[in-house]
Write a protein that binds this ligand. Structure first.
Ligand code: AMP
Length: 215
């Protein structure tokens, strides 16, 4: 299975990719995670990336392509992958096609996780990660027990630095102008599948599996 997860920040790409990865034993390839790792490592590339990520804008296509092409060339991606957060521009989508062509393969589907703006805002402003378990939580949607389980065990609820309101507004704006056109791009390729991504993660996952089965 070679798929791209499309959708606005907060649409649940990471959450759904992790579920699929566990189920199907294929890697989640998240450009955002890889860029954050580079930023945390403090490499020159990482330092540059951090400033851009914190502003909510996009890293340049050639840098992201370099990271993704290296990752797709690794053995665990040979039998399938879930791309999460890449491509984000039409140029990246074209680059991906070329890259897969060189690897002798192609995408099976581009899955759009479709969510209303108000839900996106709540998901992004409320998103937290438990510092102990890495579990994704949300102060608006997770139960008090789930939140307490983290803090009572001595964990902290960490907010991503780019999940502040100013950066979120910029990320949603960037999504609208640069990434949304990919919906038509993949519709034109005949590979687009749209999934209603409102509601809980398990319900969305059921819909995602149904969409994948439609062939
Ligand atoms: P994400 O975790 O997918 O929301 O990505 C966080 C940030 O990383 C984005 O706001 C961008 O600054 C950067 N980023 C992630 N993926 C890409 C991409 N495919 N192209 C350019 N920038 C990206």
């Amino acid at each position: 299975m070679r798929i791209v997860l499309l959708g606005a920040p907060g649409s649940g790409k990471g959450t759904q990719a992790k579920k699929l990865m566990a189920d199907r034993n294929i890697p989640q390839i998240s450009s955002g995670d890889m860029l954050r790792e580079a930023a945390a490592a403090g490499t020159p590339l990482g330092q540059k990336a951090k400033a851009i990520i914190d502003s909510g804008h996009l890293i340049s296509d050639d840098i992201v392509l370099g990271i993704i092409s290296e990752r797709l060339g690794q053995p665990d991606a040979a039998d399938g992958f879930i791309l999460d957060g890449f491509p984000r521009t039409e140029q990246q989508a074209l680059d991906l096609e070329k890259l897969l062509d060189q690897l002798g393969t192609s995408l099976d589907a581009a899955i759009l996780l479709d969510v209303d703006f108000e839900v996106l805002m709540k998901r992004l402003t409320g998103r937290r990660t438990c510092s102990l378990t890495g579990r994704l939580l949300n102060i608006h949607f997770s139960s008090q027990e789930e939140l307490d389980a983290c803090t009572n065990a001595g964990g902290e609820l960490i907010q991503r630095e780019d999940d502040n309101e100013e950066t979120i507004t910029s990320r949603l704006d960037v999504y609208h102008t640069q990434t949304e056109p990919l919906i038509d791009f993949y519709r034109g390729r005949g590979t687009l599948k749209t999934v209603d991504a409102t509601g809980g993660a398990d319900a969305v996952y059921e819909r995602l599996l149904e969409a994948l089965q439609e062939g």
